[in-house]
Design a protein around this ligand. Structure first.
Ligand SMILES: Cc1cc2nc3c(=O)[nH]c(=O)nc-3n(C[C@H](O)[C@H](O)[C@H](O)COP(=O)(O)O)c2cc1C
Length: 322
């Protein structure tokens, strides 16, 4: 009979599922400190995007996504967990301690969501034209609320049209900034590097040079317009405040929304540009009633084909034993 896995194997298994989370530019800005028996999640600010994300807002949201995966993975192993957010005010990079009781607990229904952790992917192409069923929309709205955030679909044609205009305006602003382009180019990596936005080894040097040196805002904006206008669902995810605690909640909510969406066969992609630009963020807020802070603008639909997974860093690079 095979021996039961020990705690170190179990902890590494949990982190292995946590890092399947999405992250801004696939920067994977997290670090895990393992103890007996807990997992600490830390922000790795050496992987920050200071131009695109000067406050570390998206960095913290990305870590929140990984945190939800960790919690669901633990629930899937029938562990009982206690999640303490921002445990030490003196250590702002210490985002959470997940204390784990390894005595098997009664299985919680949400553990079933863990089966979608590996299946979830960002889909950057055009979606199929079929509409998203109302049952799926309602379930995703509920998923965001369960994590203390909100998801507001853009229902009217007028709001969708306005959202598309804001994305186009934001694309033009970002691409006209050489520092923003340099940062993006620096995160265009070949698959073997294990992180970043994947470009083929053959085209990488040229692609990076072009992004660094040329303002392609016009082309990107028209592609984004086409993608957004043809997306069955556009929705804004937000919170009632704007600080590390809200960003962690936004990340957990985003990941729960994505996994619930996945359970209905949906895939998502991001049009966050107008939220990343301070002067446009308020206008995104007005689109969804003017209350609260928008954190993520999603487009959702059914992917036309199977998507291959984005790379991840080796677990040995993100884990340390305390
Ligand atoms: C907070 C956050 C912001 C993101 N912003 C964008 C974005 O603006 N554009 C985009 O194409 N993808 C965006 N992504 C998706 C990441 O690029 C994607 O998660 C990463 O490349 C890994 O791929 P995967 O999601 O398929 O695992 C974002 C993800 C997160 C969590």
């Amino acid at each position: 009979m095979a021996e039961a896995p020990n705690w170190s194997e179990q902890a590494v298994d949990l982190v292995g599922r946590a890092v399947m989370a999405p992250s801004s530019h696939n920067s994977q800005p997290w670090f895990f400190l393992l103890g007996e028996p807990y997992v600490d999640l830390l922000a790795d600010r050496t992987r920050a995007l200071p131009v695109n994300d000067p406050d570390g807002r998206e960095l913290t949201i990305s870590c929140g996504c990984a945190l939800l995966n960790l919690l669901l993975a633990a629930a899937d192993r029938d562990f009982q967990v206690e999640n303490r957010l921002l445990p030490d005010p003196e250590e702002p990079d210490w985002l959470s301690r997940v204390a784990i009781t390894r005595d098997t607990a009664e299985r919680v229904p949400e553990a079933d969501l863990a089966q979608f952790i590996e299946e979830r992917r960002t889909c950057r192409t055009r979606f199929e034209s079929r509409a998203v069923e109302q049952e799926a929309v309602d379930a995703m709205v509920e998923a965001a609320a369960a994590e203390g955030a909100w998801l507001r679909p853009l229902v009217s044609d007028e709001r969708r049209r306005r959202a598309v205009e804001l994305v186009v305006e934001a694309d033009a602003l970002q691409w006209s900034d050489p520092e923003w382009r340099r940062e993006l180019a620096a995160w265009m990596h070949t698959r073997s590097e294990g992180d970043g936005l994947t470009v083929s080894a053959f085209t990488a040097p040229v692609a990076q040079m072009v992004v660094r040196n040329f303002n392609m805002g016009g082309g990107v904006a028209s592609k984004d317009r086409e993608l957004a206008e043809n997306s069955p669902l556009l929705a804004v995810l937000g919170t009632d405040g704007d600080g590390p605690r809200h960003w962690l909640a936004a990340g957990q909510a985003l990941q729960r929304v994505l996994l619930v969406g996945c359970s209905f066969g949906l895939r998502a992609s991001y049009l966050n540009q107008p939220i990343q630009i301070g002067s446009l963020r308020g206008q995104v807020s007005e689109l969804v009633g003017g209350e609260g802070l928008p954190q993520i603008l999603l487009r959702l639909g059914y992917a036309p084909y199977r998507l291959s997974p984005a790379p991840r860093r080796p677990l040995a690079d993100v884990i340390e034993w305390s």
